[in-house]
Design a protein around this ligand. Structure first.
Ligand code: ZN
Length: 259
């Protein structure tokens, strides 16, 4: 199957629609979503509705989704994120709240693992270093593991070489043996079967890698190709909606710069 991989949509409907159009042109069979569906942006209900209609869909909750439905403390967040969480709670429909409440924090199929932050700490950890990747190996058995949270399209993994050990969690690995790839638009990497990889598709609705275009990825579980896709969308339209909604100006401005 060819999977469209989404994360950190953050109530940005224009970015989500642009990404779904780009993925439709790439013959996608199903969708994965690594959480933070809401928070920051102006269209939580519309984004939840659009996402919920995708079939088949595997999705997990992110820290913003958890906070909006009262399952994570607001203290964890900075002032801008807190303001957006409070606004989203006020705006959220009952139907959208039920969808978010029903999401698991971790999902495992026979082919992959799905979490928001990291396998050992799905709600909070930002997986940014080779050592963190190694420290997470004991916490997931189905590869690859798709993550979000950092809003950076970075990947970590082990290249296929020797026969894989019986238990990756006990394999004596050092950070220099870990491959890290910071993917850019159109870049494709092969994910070897049986070897652990963590793949972050970047953020649909609030990229932070200095490329303001919406970010997503395509994973083909037969050819094992993983490709990053960047998509331009109408940023000024989203910013105007955010201003009208009274969301913090900083959150709107940063969309122009992808940071
Ligand atoms: Zn996020």
């Amino acid at each position: 199957m060819r999977w469209g991989v989404l994360s950190d949509i953050h109530s940005n409907l224009e970015a989500l629609e642009a990404v779904l159009r780009a993925l439709a042109a790439r013959r996608i069979d199903g969708y994965l979503c690594c959480g933070d569906i809401v928070g920051y942006g102006p269209n939580p209900n519309e984004v939840v509705g659009r996402l919920a209609a995708l079939k088949p869909l595997h999705a997990v909750s992110g820290n913003h989704d958890l906070a909006v439905v009262g399952r994570m403390d607001l203290e964890w967040f900075n002032a801008y994120a807190q303001a957006a969480v409070v606004w989203t709670r006020w705006k959220l429909s009952q139907e959208a709240a039920w969808f978010l409440e029903a999401l698991p924090e971790r999902l495992e199929t026979k082919d992959f693992t799905l979490v928001h932050g990291s396998p050992r700490d799905p709600a909070e950890e930002y997986l940014l270093t080779a050592q963190q990747f190694i420290d997470n190996l004991a916490h997931f058995k189905k590869f690859p593991c798709f993550v979000g949270h950092s809003h950076l399209p970075w990947c970590f993994g082990v290249e296929a070489s020797q026969p894989p050990p019986a238990d990756w969690g006990k394999a004596p690995l050092s950070p220099v043996e870990i491959r890290k790839v910071e993917l850019s638009d159109g870049q494709k990497i092969g994910i070897p079967r049986g070897f652990p990889w963590v793949l972050n598709p970047g953020s649909v609705g609030q990229p932070r890698d200095q490329d303001p275009r919406a970010s997503c990825a395509v994973f083909d579980d037969e050819t094992r190709d993983y490709e990053l896709v960047r998509v331009a969308y109408d940023i000024p339209k989203v910013q105007a909606k955010m201003q009208e909604a009274g969301l913090p100006a900083f959150l709107a401005t940063r969309l122009s710069y992808g940071q």
